[in-house]
Write a protein that binds this ligand. Structure first.
Ligand SMILES: [Fe+2]
Length: 290
């Protein structure tokens, strides 16, 4: 299986209005108004029609990551591979595909119970992404929307699942105290997926959005302050992907990393390393955790 990129994420929220204000006013994501209604907020970060779908639900939590495959043949082959490995697979209905703005999708879960979707044929919006934050440009496109950091108490089994079955490659791994984290890539973005060997109540440790300059990161931090909110973690630079970022708490109880300057990986010469600290500087967490 050859995953191309993190295509989208789906999120459940009891309070869509809070998500709209967080996503648009603070993060600078663009609402796709044609697809929004009383039960759903659809957000863009590039030319695609949908990068984030926030759906009205009885509780706040992360729902699923959507991983893109090349075409219908690749999706059919992926379904067969999952079933051969004993992983139950459901085929998305035409209505579900329309809601995700894709041609076809499959649903399954990883060994930790994280739901994911495989899809092909993402629709484009037809007009350029215009961030509500003037001048802000997300780094997405073929690198995908960013990265997700999933809970994986059965860390090694989960890592092998994504490596051996979905075709992810190791970027590096981090042992920080009791915390074990594997970082994996499916395209040149340093990691589209990370697996933390611990549970988290909202179903996601964080999702990362990348913008094109440090000025845009600082401007987002200023917008958070203007909204009267504190960051979850201060500005800092990560040791592995070299990203300069800060962290915010989303209305659904998981964090958002907002950064720039993430490095790209070339499989021809990449060396997997073990890290012992997550950051060169900064990233001071408001509650002392990370
Ligand atoms: Fe991250």
């Amino acid at each position: 299986m050859n995953v191309l990129q993190l295509g989208y994420v789906t999120i459940a929220s009891v309070e869509l209005a809070a998500w709209r204000s967080f996503a648009c006013d603070v993060l600078g994501l663009m609402p796709n108004e044609a697809l929004c209604d009383a039960g759903r907020l659809v957000l863009r970060s590039d030319e695609r029609a949908l990068r984030v779908s926030v759906e009205s639900g009885p509780r706040d939590r992360f729902l699923a990551a959507g991983w893109e495959l090349a075409d219908a043949a690749a999706l059919e082959a992926a379904g067969r591979e999952l079933e051969a490995a004993g992983v139950p697979v459901e085929v998305g209905s035409p209505e579900e595909c329309a809601a995700r703005c894709v041609q076809a999708l499959l649903r399954a879960s990883d060994p930790a119970g994280n739901h994911f979707e495989l899809f092909h044929g993402a629709a484009h919006a037809g007009d350029p992404c215009a961030s509500p934050a003037a001048g802000q440009r997300f780094v997405a496109g073929e690198l995908g929307l960013g990265h997700v950091v999933l809970p994986a108490p059965c860390h090694d089994e989960c890592r092998d699942f994504y490596k051996d079955l979905l075709g992810f490659r190791m970027s590096d791994f981090l042992h920080a105290g009791p915390m074990q984290i594997s970082f994996l890539h499916c395209n040149p973005r340093h990691h589209s997926l990370a697996l933390v060997g611990a549970e988290t109540p909202a179903g996601l440790w964080h999702v990362m959005f990348e913008v094109s300059s440090l000025e845009e990161v600082v401007a987002a931090r200023d917008r958070l302050a203007a909204a009267g909110e504190e960051p979850r973690a201060t500005l800092g630079r990560h040791t592995n992907d070299r990203m300069v970022s800060f962290y915010l708490r989303s209305p659904s109880g998981f964090d958002v990393e907002f950064g720039c300057q993430g490095i790209l990986v070339d499989d021809a010469n990449w060396q997997v390393e073990a890290m012992s600290a997550p950051s060169f500087w900064g990233h001071q967490w408001s509650t002392g955790d990370s």
